[in-house]
Design a protein around this ligand. Structure first.
Ligand code: NAD
Length: 364
């Protein structure tokens, strides 16, 4: 029998989920969508609702995919789980540790499951690297760095009221470079260290800056020390000179590994390896059919990541990078700042496992 799937939030990234459900037509049927902005191009037979509440009231659903603004994740996931559905919840799953605990309690109470949309954790490249690290093939692990050099224009921050916000109407959002656009980097680094759980984090040092006229950080270093003692430095910007693939670098005493999670490529001391990526929805369907099949990213395995979100939520506001260190390019929706030489400072942060402030980056 086909699994009955609904999608909440179908514009933006949700469109990818809609396409994916339709692609899996031999296993799943898209029965309904919920979005306050109704879409125009759905296949016939798919019911359309303004809210998930109305959808669940009117339709039987086995799986709900939630691809909505961050601050709506927990209330919508709770609705779906309490209706008896399993959930595929987009990252970042929650905007605070309190919300993480709230949803953990709902999962325990309902006995339902929640897979989180950290697709880098379903990349065979990531899992292979974790395996060779555990086998000691890279020697002692000195540290891990997660690097992102991205370009985001005014269009990105103007697309929705929650974009680039720390809070919205008093509710935590925490939509910054580390916690949202480049969240996969931190999640993948934690997975490689075997430190995905909520109790696997010893400390989180934050060093947050912004060049855009937003509330959140767009150029940051964060150092996570895991309970096993590994330093993980996240060094990211949305104000790079050009948009590059994000990478996670493992610094081992017997060599370095570079994970390009968006292309499922691994650069190891013996050469370049390319891998297949598993699909998070397919994995959830497999798990529902046979609970012995583990989820790639069960909700509990985002606890370590949520400790990072919590530290950033509670950190002081990002410091503003002075205009003298910025160059603005593009017009109107294409306008974006470039932080002078930010690539150099990110590479140093990665190599030295240090924060921008420790390196005395010039804009500080
Ligand atoms: N896994 C990934 O690589 C990836 C990539 C991009 C975005 N995301 C995540 O997907 C989520 C959505 O991001 P986005 O950039 O598409 O956001 P967006 O604001 O561009 O789109 C959100 C969609 O949700 C709808 N929506 C808003 N409130 C709703 C509600 N209460 N119920 C139902 N629908 C509602 C909006 O109308 C819109 O269609 C975020 O959590 C984001 O981090 C994940």
């Amino acid at each position: 029998m086909l699994t009955r799937v609904a999608v909440a939030g179908v514009h933006g990234h949700g469109a990818t989920h809609v396409r994916n459900v339709l692609r899996l037509a031999d296993r799943a049927r898209l029965v309904a969508i919920a979005d306050p902005r109704p879409p125009t191009d759905l296949p016939t037979g798919v019911e359309v609702f303004g809210t998930l509440d109305q959808l669940l009231e009117a339709t039987d659903v086995d799986v709900v995919i939630i691809s909505t603004p961050i601050q709506t994740h927990v209330p919508l996931a709770e609705l779906a789980l309490r209706s008896g559905a399993d959930v595929l919840l987009e990252k970042p799953p929650t905007a605070s540790l309190a919300e993480f605990e709230q949803l953990s309690a709902v999962l325990a109470e309902t006995g339902r499951v929640c897979q989180v949309g950290f697709q880098a954790q379903a990349a065979q490249a990531t899992l292979h690297l974790a395996k060779i690290m555990a086998e000691g093939q890279l020697g002692e692990i000195r540290g891990i760095s997660a690097i992102g050099k991205w370009v985001r224009t005014a269009r990105y921050f103007d697309r929705a009221p929650w974009a680039g916000r720390r809070t919205l109407n008093g509710v935590p959002v925490v939509d910054g470079a580390v916690t949202n656009p480049l969240a996969h980097s931190t999640a993948a680094a934690l997975l490689l260290d075997g430190s995905t759980g909520v109790h696997d984090i010893r400390s989180v040092e934050t060093d947050l800056f912004r060049a855009n006229g937003i509330e959140s950080d767009d150029t940051s270093t964060v150092r996570i020390t895991t309970t096993r003692g590994t330093p993980i430095v996240v060094a990211v910007t949305l104000c790079a000179i050009e948009h590059l693939d994000p990478t996670v670098i493992v610094h081992g005493s017997q060599g370095r590994a570079v994970l390009h999670y968006s292309t499922d490529t691994l650069v190891l001391p013996d050469g370049v390896h390319t891998f297949e990526r598993a699909d998070l929805l397919t994995n959830l369907l497999d798990h529902r059919a046979d609970p012995a099949v583990p989820l790639y990213c069960p909700f509990a395995a985002t606890g370590g990541f949520t400790r990072v979100v919590e530290a950033i939520r509670l950190a002081p506001e990002p410091a503003v990078i002075p205009d003298s260190f910025l160059r603005w390019e593009g017009e109107g929706p294409d306008r974006h700042p470039i932080v002078e030489n930010v690539e150099h400072w990110i590479d140093r942060a990665s190599d030295e496992l240090a924060l921008f402030s420790e390196l005395r980056a010039p804009w500080i």
